[in-house]
Structure formats: structure tokens, C-alpha cells
Write a protein that binds this ligand. Structure first.
Ligand code: PLP
Length: 367
């Protein structure tokens, strides 16, 4: 079976994990600081705060922005559920706005049209590694006095219209390092703070509400245990060293897929970028032709040794979001994308022949 995803774990990861194990510093040790420092340098930002997951990163950022009960934040219905759940954790209502049919990212015009009296912010998601329209969101936020939080969990390495790396525009931004991500630590996340004050608050809240100079049993605010372990940080440091090569492999595979899929009738390949925008390839999700039976296609691909997955569900249709009054028909572009998108196997070590096998299997399944 060709799997959907596979992390690139090698000798360097083993070496650095072993270094941590032998040091005896499994938590709050130097490896986390090293990961933060090297991640910030790679991204070209001043600072970065490591946390236990992308979801934890989002939650702390919602708090750092001061969003709370009674507030509304504009966000994308076509995303992984955590980008909306992080608002619910703090009693904030997610106000979904439809997405652009090509990039599948939150549509700035739809977001601007949804601004109301309770709107306090915008939470764009760089979905499938495609950079969201940040210059437009920044202009809308500045005009209406709104906060901005970038969910960059799927987009490490993407560059935006202005040629800047996603997450390096000065807004609070979050990254995630789940096992299928461009950089994988199993579980893990990173926050790019917007200034030194937010960095201090984030570091305190991830660590049970302790300021840097406080003892283990001292706390001066509500906090969480959202720390990243030093073992995970060791994986992160090793992964950073080869990140450029892994991103290049993913981009090369995307080109191979695009060529291979020209022979598969009716299937729409994802766009790599327009102008200076460049996707960081996370998953490779195609759009199946209208009328194709997706579940049957998934079964037939599996019979041919190819894993695939319906990706992503439309968030407002989950039961806990329906309780807020959402339902079918409100976000036609996102719902259509959810109904027809299919993720195919995609990981740096995938070979050209495997891409060929996937394309062939897809053509057979759809014929
Ligand atoms: C867009 C998006 N946001 C948030 C998350 C949450 O990250 P994690 O699984 O590390 O909590 C993920 C990934 O899983 C994601 O893809």
C-alpha cells in the first residue's frame, strides 16, 4: 500500500534524540530553546515559542489577542477543525465566511462583508500550504481595528504575494508538527509572537502560568501545560536541518503529479501558485469530477494499493457547529470542495514510479 504520508526520520533524528535521552533533560531543557532559536532563524523572525501542538498554539494565541466570550472572529469553513475549535475554547463565536474556489482559502471579500458589531478579529488559514491573502486581510483589519491570527499549521515554507515567508509578517502565527506535516515531531507546534510582550505571556501560559523567573510552584496567571518535550524538540532540530531538501522534494512531486494527472480525465490538480505566491506542498488534494463517487473511488484505489482520503470536511457541518446555527447551503464553495476533494499519497521519499502508479490507479478507478 502506498501510504498517504510518511515522515522522514533518519540517523540525525536518532542522534539528537539520543543526546536528549543521555542528558537526562527531558523537559524544559536546552533542546527546546535550540529548536525555537533555529526555527526563528530559518523563518527569518525574531522569536518563536515552542508548544505541544498546533492546537495548543492556536489556543494560546486566541488568549494573547484578548478574544473572549461574546466576541466573533471571521474564519474559514474549509480547514482542519482546530482552527475553529480554538475560538470555542474561549467562548468566541466562529463566523464562517466562504472560501476562494481556486485557493480554497478564506475569501477577503466574504470576510469583509461579514464584519459586524461583535467582530474582533480574522483568523485566516493557509490551507494545504497555500498562502492566504494576508495583505488584504491586514488592510481590512487595520480599517476596522481587528486582531489577526494566522493559522500556518499546514504552510511552513510557503511564500506570499509579496515574497515573504508565511508566518513572518509580524502577525501572531501558528505552526503544527503532527507526523504528516512538512516538519514532523509527532506532536508539536510553534508560535511566532507579534512582540516581546506577547512572547512572555505565551511562554508563561504554556508553562502553567509561570513567569521566567518563577519557581515550579509559583504562578501569577492562569496557565496550561502546553510545553513541548525536549525529545520532540530534538526531532524538530534534526528536521529543520533538512527542511529545505524535504520541501524541494514535495515541490518536485507536485510537478510530477500535475503531469501525471493530465491523463486523468476530469480531475483538477491543485495550483502551485500565482505570481510570487508559492504553496508549501502539504497534502496533495485533487478535485474529483462532478458526479464521481468518492467513497467508491477510495475503495477502488485501496484495492490497487493506494491510500487516499476525503479531505477536508466542511467545519460548519460538524454537530457542535450546527448547535451554533450552521447548516447545509451556507458556504457553497467550501461545501463543494469538501464533497469533491481527495488527498492522494504525498511524502518526500515518494518515488516517481509511485506517483505514476497513483495516477494510473486513479484513472482506472474513475473510468
Ligand atoms: C490548519 C490546521 N490547523 C491546526 C492544526 C492543529 O495542529 P495539531 O494537530 O498539531 O494540534 C492542524 C493540523 O493538524 C491544521 O492542519
Amino acid at each position: 500500500m502506498i501510504p498517504l504520508a510518511k515522515p522522514e526520520i533518519g540517523a540525525r533524528e536518532e542522534e539528537l534524540v539520543l543526546e536528549v535521552l543521555r542528558s537526562g533533560r527531558l523537559s524544559l531543557g536546552p533542546m527546546v530553546e535550540r529548536f525555537e532559536r533555529e526555527f526563528a532563524a530559518w523563518l527569518g523572525v525574531e522569536d518563536a515559542v515552542a508548544v505541544s501542538s498546533g492546537t495548543a498554539a492556536l489556543h494560546l494565541c486566541v488568549r494573547a489577542l484578548g478574544w473572549g466570550r461574546g466576541d466573533e472572529v471571521l474564519t474559514s469553513p474549509f480547514s482542519f477543525v482546530a482552527s475553529a475549535n480554538c475560538l470555542l475554547y474561549e467562548g468566541v463565536r466562529p463566523v464562517f465566511c466562504d472560501v476562494d474556489p481556486v485557493t480554497l482559502n478564506l475569501d477577503p471579500a466574504a470576510a469583509a462583508a461579514a464584519i459586524g458589531e461583535r467582530t474582533v478579529g480574522i483568523l485566516p488559514v493557509h490551507i494545504f500550504g497555500y498562502p492566504a491573502a494576508m495583505p488584504e486581510f491586514e488592510a481590512i483589519a487595520a480599517e476596522h481595528g481587528l486582531g489577526l491570527l494566522e493559522d500556518a499549521c499546514e504552510s511552513l515554507g510557503a511564500t506570499d504575494l509579496e515574497g515573504r515567508r508565511v508566518g513572518a509578517r509580524g502577525n501572531l502565527a501558528t505552526f503544527g508538527f503532527y507526523a504528516n506535516k512538512q516538519l514532523a515531531t509527532g506532536e508539536g507546534g510553534m508560535i511566532v509572537p507579534s512582540d516581546p510582550e506577547s512572547a512572555a505571556r505565551l511562554r508563561s501560559e504554556r508553562n502553567q502560568g509561570r513567569a521566567a523567573n518563577m519557581g515550579w510552584l509559583d504562578h501569577d496567571r492562569l496557565g496550561f501545560n502546553y510545553r513541548l518535550s525536549d525529545v520532540a524538540a530534538a526531532l524538530g532540530v534534526a528536521q529543520l536541518e533538512k527542511l529545505d531538501a524535504m520541501l524541494a522534494s514535495r515541490a518536485r512531486l507536485a510537478v510530477l503529479y500535475e503531469h501525471g494527472l493530465t491523463a486523468v480525465k476530469g480531475v483538477r490538480a491543485p495550483v502551485g501558485g500565482t505570481g510570487a505566491e508559492a504553496r508549501s506542498w502539504f497534502v496533495y488534494a485533487v478535485e474529483l469530477p462532478v458526479g464521481a463517487e468518492r467513497d467508491q473511488t477510495i475503495r477502488q484505489l485501496a484495492e490497487r494499493g493506494v491510500a487516499s482520503k476525503a479531505y477536508l470536511p466542511c467545519i460548519p457541518l460538524f454537530p457542535h457547529m450546527r448547535e451554533l446555527g450552521y447548516g447545509e447551503g451556507q458556504f457553497p464553495v467550501a461545501e463543494a470542495a469538501s464533497a469533491r476533494s481527495l488527498a492522494l499519497p504525498f511524502f518526500p521519499a515518494m518515488g516517481e514510479s509511485e506517483v505514476g502508479r497513483v495516477c494510473e490507479a486513479l484513472a482506472e478507478s474513475l473510468s
